[in-house]
Write a protein that binds this ligand. Structure first.
Ligand SMILES: Cc1cc2nc3c(=O)[nH]c(=O)nc-3n(C[C@H](O)[C@H](O)[C@H](O)COP(=O)(O)O)c2cc1C
Length: 335
């Protein structure tokens, strides 16, 4: 066992887990079986409420109860608090209340002001970690009372950041709360390197799509296993802000830039919220179809540069145990 630094110990205590590894929320890929498998192996799986209900067709509370039947260990939930997702706000608040009733105590917030989530979570002893890409967002989230930060770097899947993991650690390392890294981790060497660098834990996404537990189509999983980091491109055609995707023939054919009218409307003070809303509603359908139906659906396979380290589809629990062993958190590896 390596000696554990105080930041890692503090994150493990917050999340009540054994391995400082988070399977981050993924729309549309976070199905209950995947979330539960990561938690059961000692990390923590994060529920994505829209994926749970809209893509995987579970009533929210029943979905949580299914996860609880699969594992008795802690799971977390992702709360997107962005203003342009206002249409979801009441729904999100209701979901958070149900999650608290069902015993969820770990929250990962992204994109807006996490204050209301902090208030609800802290009232019952829960904790909130906020996704950030810059110091100014980190300071705002800390002013709203978050307990930890997740530094989303320029290698991440989903909405990638712009800075390297090293740069983010320098920018955010002195803020006095546990700092997790998100982005670019495909294998155990990447995982260990970020912990050795000083991060308190690592949030992964893409690596867990290529697992039997994830219900994504085999075409999507095979595309991840076959891709190199140079195959990952950023497109703003999905949500109006850059999203990391595999450069499939469809992406290469249609390009990665929003059209001139969309760009203009996305910049306008009054129009940008409507444009973002339009993009997010459209994206919800496109990403679901690409994930569930594969390449015949010409759409988008979201993935980060962590594809470089991903060489096979393998069970989520094996991944957690192998990464944990490599970083000195567990001696045994289940093959
Ligand atoms: C397909 C996909 C969907 C994602 N969806 C979300 C999401 O709904 N909410 C969120 O906060 N992060 C989302 N993310 C980001 C992940 O939670 C995680 O931070 C990121 O995947 C880490 O980078 P990696 O893919 O290189 O491991 C998504 C990532 C991917 C790959």
């Amino acid at each position: 066992m390596q000696p554990m630094n105080a930041a890692i110990a503090s994150f493990l205590a917050h999340a009540k887990i054994e391995v400082p590894l988070v399977c981050g929320a993924m729309y549309p890929c976070s199905n209950p079986e995947l979330v539960a498998a990561v938690s059961e192996a000692g990390g923590i799986g994060i529920i994505q409420p829209i994926a749970l209900t809209f893509v995987h067709k579970h009533d929210f509370r029943e979905g949580l109860r299914l996860i609880k039947r699969l594992t008795s260990k802690p799971v977390g939930i992702n709360v997107i608090v962005e203003k342009s997702a206002k249409v979801y706000e009441d729904r999100m608040k209701a979901w958070v209340d149900v999650a608290l009733e069902e015993g969820v105590r770990f929250f990962v917030t992204s994109l807006g002001d996490p204050k209301w989530v902090v208030e609800k979570a802290h009232a019952v002893g829960g904790v909130v970690y906020h996704d950030v890409t810059e110091r100014k967002w980190a300071e705002k989230a800390l002013a709203s009372g978050v307990d930890g930060l997740i530094a989303v770097n320029n290698r991440a899947g989903g909405h990638a950041g712009t800075r390297s993991p090293e740069d983010l650690l320098v920018q955010l390392g002195d803020l006095g709360v546990p700092l997790l890294a998100a982005g670019g981790v495909g294998n155990e060497a990447d995982f260990k390197a970020l912990l050795d660098m000083g991060y308190a834990g690592v949030q992964l996404g893409t690596r867990f799509i290529a697992t039997p537990e994830c219900r994504a189509h085999a075409d999507y999983k095979n595309a991840i296993v076959g891709a190199r980091d140079t195959d990952i491109v950023l497109t703003d055609k999905i949500s109006g802000v850059p999203v990391a995707v595999i450069a499939t023939p469809y992406i290469l054919k249609t390009g990665t830039k929003a059209g001139p009218l969309a760009r203009l409307l996305l910049r306008g003070r009054k129009t940008k919220h409507y444009m973002r809303m339009f993009y997010s509603v459209r994206a919800i359908f496109q990403l679901r179809d690409a994930s569930l139906h594969g390449v015949t659906y010409k759409d988008y396979f979201q993935a980060g540069k962590s594809v470089e380290g991903i060489e096979a589809v393998e069970p989520a629990g094996d991944i957690v145990r192998r990464f944990a062993a490599a970083a000195g958190f567990q001696q045994e590896v289940v093959s």
